[in-house]
Design a protein around this ligand. Structure first.
Ligand code: SF4
Length: 403
């Protein structure tokens, strides 16, 4: 297929595909899907080998957000029955982080709901970063605290944060349909502030919110312009109790095409499969590892992921290896830029946590267990509410985290 040969050549040269080429990836047929994955896989292996970076989310503050992001279970007016709690203490957050690191994660993503941190919140997070880094010398820490005011990115950097996550989520043209309490420009501004402060920028998208192919290409091209080191790709979890609860628009095949398009447009960035991996890729998750080089281990912010052990088994079975703490994630040219920005700290080169829009299937067995009747097999495009489980363990609970 000429298109795929062209995209591989461009990806190996870090050359931007045309919009038409990116759109054509999203329009490929199921017959061509394995060829698309194989082509994206060549680009992935060129820049990242067969390594899979594991990241671990710690939700420092859950729910009770005054913003109205329609995709989010923590939004103003959300009726999703999620855990709600205020700031974890540094030792509680450090304990949660330790579980993820013991499970193989090399990056901890500290996330808090809300429009953005106060200066006092930044102090709190600084204390948490210190607590985590005191216990784990090589850990990378990414903060994800919402919109940043002037000077806050610098203070987080001084406190030891390596990266900052803030997602663009969707195209500029449709942003106002998704959120009314802040703007697309606000989001761009925060990513730029993080970059300017020497933090490794992490910024991505959410697919499945009813957007068009053009919207997806728009947001990914905008991301390429912002040049984040990592790009989390979330697949919408349509939480009951949120405005997007009925938006079940994704199939595993569609998710693979979206990931491939992101890989071709951002060939040398850490492409991370974020929320919605288990819910929307389902049994196609191992195939997606041929495109993305990074995932979250275990649970998400407000929903449960598959067991951490299942993540590790999947990586091994698919012929990939977990990236070690001593390995640099990013290709050399990116790692050098990050090291210069960080004053020579090369191993903390890249980026971090996903958005507040996350995913996760339950580890329970839904309605099938206990029955001796063969369960009907759902169609690929059927809503899979059975795979969405609200997080009931880990941070903010007395139960052990999933890692
Ligand atoms: S995405 Fe963040 S800012 Fe938006 S409602 Fe959720 S927690 Fe609040």
């Amino acid at each position: 297929m000429d298109l795929l040969n062209t995209l591989v050549d461009k990806g190996l040269r870090r050359e931007l595909p045309t919009r038409d080429e990116a759109l054509a990836v999203l329009a490929t047929s199921d017959d061509d899907l394995l060829d698309v994955v194989a082509a994206a896989g060549k680009v992935r292996r060129h820049w990242f080998g067969r390594r899979v970076k594991l990241n671990y989310l710690v939700n420092l503050k859950s729910g009770l957000c005054p913003e109205d992001c329609s995709y989010c279970s923590q939004r103003l007016g959300s009726e999703a029955g999620i855990l709600k709690y205020t700031w974890l203490k540094p030792d509680e957050a450090s304990k949660a982080a330790a579980a993820g690191l013991a499970g193989g994660a090399k990056r901890v993503c500290l996330v808090a709901s809300g429009r953005g941190p106060t200066d006092r919140d930044v102090d709190r997070v600084a204390g948490t970063i210190k607590a985590i880094k005191d216990q784990n010398e090589n850990v990378e820490v990414c903060a994800c605290l919402g919109l940043l005011s002037d000077g806050q990115a610098e203070r987080l950097r001084e406190a030891g944060a390596d990266a900052y996550n803030h997602n663009l989520n969707t195209s500029e043209a449709t942003y106002g349909d998704i959120t009314t309490t802040h703007t697309y420009a606000d989001r761009v501004d925060t990513v730029q502030k993080a970059h300017a402060a020497g933090l490794s920028a992490c910024s991505g998208l959410i697919a499945g919110m009813g957007e068009s192919d053009e919207d997806l290409v728009d947001v990914v091209f905008s991301l390429r312009e912002l040049d984040p080191d990592s790009v989390p790709v979330n697949f919408l979890i349509p939480f009951e109790g949120t405005p997007l609860a009925k938006e079940w628009n994704l199939t595993p095949q569609r998710c693979l095409r979206i990931l491939a398009m992101v890989r071709f447009v951002c060939p040398d960035a850490e492409v991370r499969i974020a929320g919605g991996r288990e819910v929307h890729l389902r049994t196609m998750q191992p195939l997606a590892l041929n495109i993305a080089n990074s995932i979250f281990l275990g649970d998400y912010l407000t929903s449960e992921g598959q067991a951490g052990r299942a993540d590790l088994e999947m990586i091994a079975d698919a012929g990939f290896e977990v990236e070690g703490a001593g390995e640099v994630t990013l290709p050399q040219h990116r790692a050098d830029v990050a090291a210069a920005a960080a004053g020579g700290c090369g191993s903390h080169a890249e980026a971090g946590c996903g958005s507040h829009a996350e995913a996760g299937c339950g580890t329970g067995c839904g309605s099938v267990c206990g029955s001796h009747e063969p369960a009907a097999v759902p169609e690929a495009n059927e809503p899979r509410t059975d795979l969405v489980a609200v997080r009931r363990r880990g941070a903010g609970t007395d139960l052990a985290p999933n890692a």
